[in-house]
Design a protein. Sequence first.
Length: 346
Amino acid sequence: MSGTVAQADPERAATPAGGIVVAVDGGGTKTDAVALDATGAVVAHVRLGPSDVHPGREGASASVVDEAVRRAHAEAGGGPLRRVGVFLSGLDHEEEFAAFRARIRPLPWFVAEDGVEAHIENDMFALLRTGTLAPDAVAVVCGTGINAIGVRADGATARFLAWGTVSGDWGGGSDVGAEALRLAARGLDGRGPDTVLSTTVPAFFGRRDLVTLIEDVHFDRLVDARLSELVPVVFAAAERGDAVARALVRRQAEEIVAMAASAARRLRLEREPIPIVLGGGMLAARQPLLLDDVARGLGSALPAADPVVIDARPVVGAGLSMLEQCAAPVGVLQRARAALERAVAA
């Protein structure tokens, strides 16, 4: 934006001068940190490796976050820090919050210029704010795993532990891949219906047959984590009309809808016209069968809701959240959204 336009913008002129906010979004594959000034301009962007939080490994996560904040701050010119926000995958329980907070409390950026401590949250909040700034909203992420959150204008939230099977979760890419292998095996030996997955699943991994693949998984010659790579195989089979694969996609959609509906009901928003933000690799891929099933399910469970699929990185919402905490006006937030989406698109 040119200087002439900026000077003519009353909202920009009303924004406090000087200082920056730094926002960090960290997950299991990468960590994004951005610095924004009071006008909504992105003045630094740093990308590092994973920083998701695991019990007993909070120190490793804190080290990555510390480097991300320091580098973003330095690249932005090292001015006064107005706010720092850290949004991380794995912060799902108060004990996890306390352990991580204890790691970063001694760091010099933990307390901002005005004495406000860094804002620490689960990365679901960043995803939600990437899709909407509405005070009442629900977000569901479906990638390798699955999670959801709901927020209400009075500050109430609906959360899930998101610890996998032990907390009742199913529906992420790792779940779908593992289930595809199980169904392929049952189809092969007659315990379940015939399915093309019995041949397409081993072929995907370059194995001559399904028995060989099962043996390789059992003996750790192929790690379980790679089963999430089978998701496109499942969708391809479903699109060709394979009943087993189609049922698997339908089941995944039902889980996504169930999480959204649960969050909305717990906040008594199930009849309200709230946005339902849908993100993560599985949903951002916009696979028609999955999205159609999700839309139908949400239409039944939350008939007034407005689903919106996003593919922007959650650090966009992290940055917007921190500007909101600084009482940034609407025009600044709009400029910041556009600037953030450009800056972190790669």
